[in-house]
Design a binder for this molecule. Structure first.
Ligand code: G6P
Length: 369
């Protein structure tokens, strides 16, 4: 069994370490560097069809839903087409407003999640354009969607999704380039620079994996906390949600993700000297604002674990613990922030002695509605 796990103690740890490879495989063969465009072999929409899209609705569950929330920033930011995100089990029961100019995208690692499959069928029955981002070849969702972008994460065994998530982010970024080129929101040089940024991700994920020892030390220090708060802004807010979800899933510690600027409207009441607050504060356009949110936590004696950019001194001088992530175009910070958050949850779970790969009450793929 150790061999099956590639020498790692758990599938989850193996899969965390496979992320550089998984992202590389998801990019491989798809970059058209001269054209500043990408080739998505199973997407099959013409530029004219994509140019007719007025609105995009992305529907998913769990970790895939968090990827969708990041995707909204990519697509709206670059393509200027409105994007809505919905949870699959909500979407199908609310008589959604969709027509032939709506593109409904479902995201599912397994391709078998019952609510997500039902959402896809609902979209199709209303005549929406439709597509899927999917990891499992020939799964129900992949077969039924009009277009597919396969992620090439490889089989994911650990119930808590890790490598599938970063490949979903990769697929969303690739889709953004393709759509942006098709609707002429992204020109050749802009497409080329997005490709250049994306190509840096696998090597920087490898760098981020070196944070394993640091993360384990921090895990040991905070493993007995009863609650955790995860705060981030913009495209890192979904990463805060995902970090909190990872911790809940495998360590059974209560954790909440919140937009950092919204903390003052509720969660700030929870902060005391016992409360670890994981702050996602890389150097980006929201840096100063997020830093002042961090100060608000410190002023209430909260214990800040800050994920900041490599070499950042401002954060380092103030947070109780820091984890420095490699620098990259800020759009791609979500990839690099994900790694230490996965490792933090993993190490806390191992220290608590839970069943990391098969956490209680959870299933890898939920095929009931
Ligand atoms: C289950 C899994 C999660 C996963 C979610 C959606 O809850 O435990 O890890 O994110 O289903 O799964 P899907 O296969 O549709 O991405």
């Amino acid at each position: 069994l150790m061999a099956e796990k590639g020498g790692y103690r758990h599938f989850m740890l193996k899969e965390i370490h496979e992320q550089p490879r998984a992202v590389r495989d998801t990019i491989a063969g798809r970059l058209l560097e001269n054209e500043g465009d990408v080739y998505l072999e199973d997407l099959k929409f013409s530029d004219q069809q994509l140019a007719a899209v007025r609105r995009i609705v992305i529907v998913a569950c769990g970790t895939s839903w968090h990827a969708a929330l990041v995707g909204k920033f990519y697509i709206e930011g670059y393509c200027r087409i409105p994007v809505e995100i919905d949870i699959a089990s909500e979407f199908r029961y609310r008589n959604p407003v969709i027509d032939g100019t709506t593109l409904v995208m479902v995201i599912s690692q397994s391709g078998e999640t019952a609510d997500t499959l039902a959402a896809l069928r609902e979209a199709k029955s209303r005549g929406a354009m439709n597509m899927a981002i999917c990891n499992v070849l020939d799964s129900s969702i992949a077969r039924e969607a009009a277009g597919v972008i396969y992620t090439h994460a490889g089989p994911e065994i650990g119930v808590a999704s890790t490598k599938a998530f970063v490949t979903q982010l990769t697929a969303l970024y690739l889709f953004t380039i393709r759509l942006g080129r098709a609707v002429r929101a992204i020109d050749v040089p802009a497409g080329q620079s997005m490709i250049a940024s994306l190509k840096k991700v696998p090597a920087l994920l490898e760098e981020a994996l070196k944070l394993n020892a640091d993360t384990e030390r921090i895990a040991r220090k905070y493993m007995n906390a009863r609650d955790f708060l995860y705060l981030g802004r913009g495209k890192n807010f979904p990463i805060a949600l995902e970090g909190a979800l990872k911790l809940k899933e495998i360590s059974y510690i209560h954790a909440e993700g919140y937009p950092a600027g919204e903390m003052k409207h509720g969660p700030i009441a929870l902060i005391d000297e016992e409360m670890p607050v994981v702050m996602l504060v890389p150097e980006n356009s929201a840096f100063e604002k997020t830093l002042s949110n961090m100060e608000e936590v410190i002023a209430r004696n909260g214990r800040v674990i800050a994920l900041c950019s490599e070499g950042d001194q401002e954060v380092k001088g103030r947070a109780e613990d820091t984890i420095e992530i490699p620098r990259i175009d800020e759009d791609l910070d979500p990839f690099l922030l994900s790694v230490p958050l996965q490792l933090l949850a993993y190490h806390i779970a191992v220290l608590k002695g839970t069943d990391v790969d098969q956490p209680r009450n959870l299933a890898k793929s939920v095929t009931v509605e």
